[in-house]
Design a binder for this molecule. Structure first.
Ligand code: SAH
Length: 239
């Protein structure tokens, strides 16, 4: 009898808890959105990124959903963050800078090497580009594919493989973004660029500062330009 009489009370307390938790999480989401808008103004636009599609994508994609829960409060800070398996999500400015350079938007077919969390792929997809992304660590590839689907970027095609070989079945690409540092530009990736295609990638020793390079294909000729010093995780090769 006694246990029956406390039941409504327990249900009431439980419902109160659920309501409280949902108010807290809604508030946390709106705080994150405010942080994201500030991040775009202070770190992206203030440093010269102008492309409207890139800026809009950086405002739209919820970066805090791409980092481990414990890092969510730092998601909009001006630095890279760990995403597990010894890998990192790049600093927001670097993501925006690399995005702007490949001129993303509807009708552009873009390949990313190094899906990681899926954030860069989501930013590209948010511009309307058709995105393909390859990740060498299977656990990261699986988690990123699920996350992209859950957050509404399910159109991004993902694959767990060594990105050195590119994605021959889908080539050629208007642009390729490589988000891991290699000692040289992988020849299959140059091969898979369209004529007038663009590739942006960090080149140099994995243990030091590397150079962010812009490579362009003009028929048989290849030109390259050094953009800025950067630090990326190493480009790995499948054993
Ligand atoms: N673009 C990612 C950043 C990932 S860090 C993001 O937005 O979160 C670089 C990623 O490249 C790592 O996840 C690493 O595992 C991956 N990587 C390294 N070498 C690779 C290769 N040969 N092919 C595909 N992915 C590779």
């Amino acid at each position: 009898m006694r246990s029956l009489s406390v039941l409504p009370y327990m249900v009431f307390v439980l419902l109160l808890w659920i309501a409280l938790l949902s108010v807290c999480s809604t508030r946390a989401e709106s705080n994150r959105a405010t942080e994201r808008m500030a991040m775009v103004t202070e770190q992206i636009v203030a440093r010269g990124v102008k492309d409207p599609a890139t800026v809009a994508a950086m405002r739209a994609v919820p970066r805090h959903r791409f980092v481990p829960r414990i890092q969510a409060a730092s998601a909009y800070a001006d630095r890279p963050l760990p995403i597990g398996h010894g890998q990192t999500i790049s600093q927001p400015f670097i993501v925006a800078y690399m995005t702007e350079i490949v001129r993303p938007g509807p009708g552009r077919k873009i390949l990313e090497i190094g899906t990681g969390s899926g954030y860069q792929a989501a930013v590209l997809a948010a511009t309307g580009a058709e995105v393909y992304s390859i990740e060498i660590i299977p656990e990261l590839a699986t988690a990123a594919a699920a996350r992209l689907r859950e957050l509404g970027y399910g159109a991004v095609q993902t694959r767990a493989a060594d990105g050195y070989y590119g994605w021959a079945e889908q080539a050629p690409f208007d642009a390729i973004i490589v988000t891991a540092a290699s000692e040289f530009v992988p020849p299959p990736l140059i091969e898979q660029l369209k004529d007038a295609g663009l590739m942006i990638l960090p080149v140099g020793s994995p243990f030091f500062v590397q150079t962010l390079m812009l490579v362009q294909k003009h028929g048989e000729a290849i030109t390259s330009a050094n953009l800025m010093p950067v630090r990326f995780v190493p480009f790995r090769r499948a054993e």
